[in-house]
Design a protein around this ligand. Sequence first.
Ligand code: ATP
Length: 233
Amino acid sequence: MLQVDGLTTHYGRIQAISKVAFRVEEREIVTLIGSNGAGKSTTLMTISGVLKPSGGRIGFRGTALHGMAAHEVARLGVVQVPEGRRIFPRLTVLENLDLGGFVRTAREREATLSRVYGLFPRLAERRNQLGGTLSGGEQQMLAIGRALMAKPILLILDEPSLGLAPKIIEQIFEIIQALNKEGMTILLVEQNATMALEIAHRAYVLETGKIVAQGSARSLSQDPSVRQAYLGL
Ligand code: ATP
């Protein structure tokens, strides 16, 4: 479904990722793990069209995404939940969700809104509350709900567990798994490698802008160097 080859991205003169290559197949959960500054967010933002690559290719179901604007990428069904949620604090829950659906028709928005409220009853209860007054976990739910409003085929999540309590993290990961079981393909970036490897089918390890290991989530979670560096074992 998604094929990334030789992807290189710079911030000015600084090269953040170099020749990154990986693939995500239909209905898979694929995770990219790596320490702070390894280039995970840069990779995701390049795929979603927020950053322009300086080299390489990104193919999505046969269409070249590199060079496309972020809204064009979203319209094709590649939708990102950004790190730090980035919800609009002065807009209500409903207004935040509506913004996510801007690439869809009004009828599609209505149908998807009921589905999002079904997945996150808390958002339905708080539909008229300002985004900024929600708890961290609720804001993460809102950020995921907003992405779902765009009807993703490939949902990209950047650090969904960041700053959340363990119980909430579990809920968020259960939702990610449920979405995948319904047929959604997922690309997940996580510092919490233990949890990411528990739900992912396959994984790639990024170190200083390069892919240094890859394999099934099970085989990587048994790899001694991955266990030591990323799982704290
Ligand atoms: P984190 O989990 O801390 O976000 P990451 O793996 O997502 O880490 P990136 O944010 O992609 O890493 O950063 C990759 C490299 O690019 C780092 O060396 C970082 O310092 C650098 N970088 C990131 N954003 C910028 C920027 N706006 N300007 C210059 N350099 C940047």
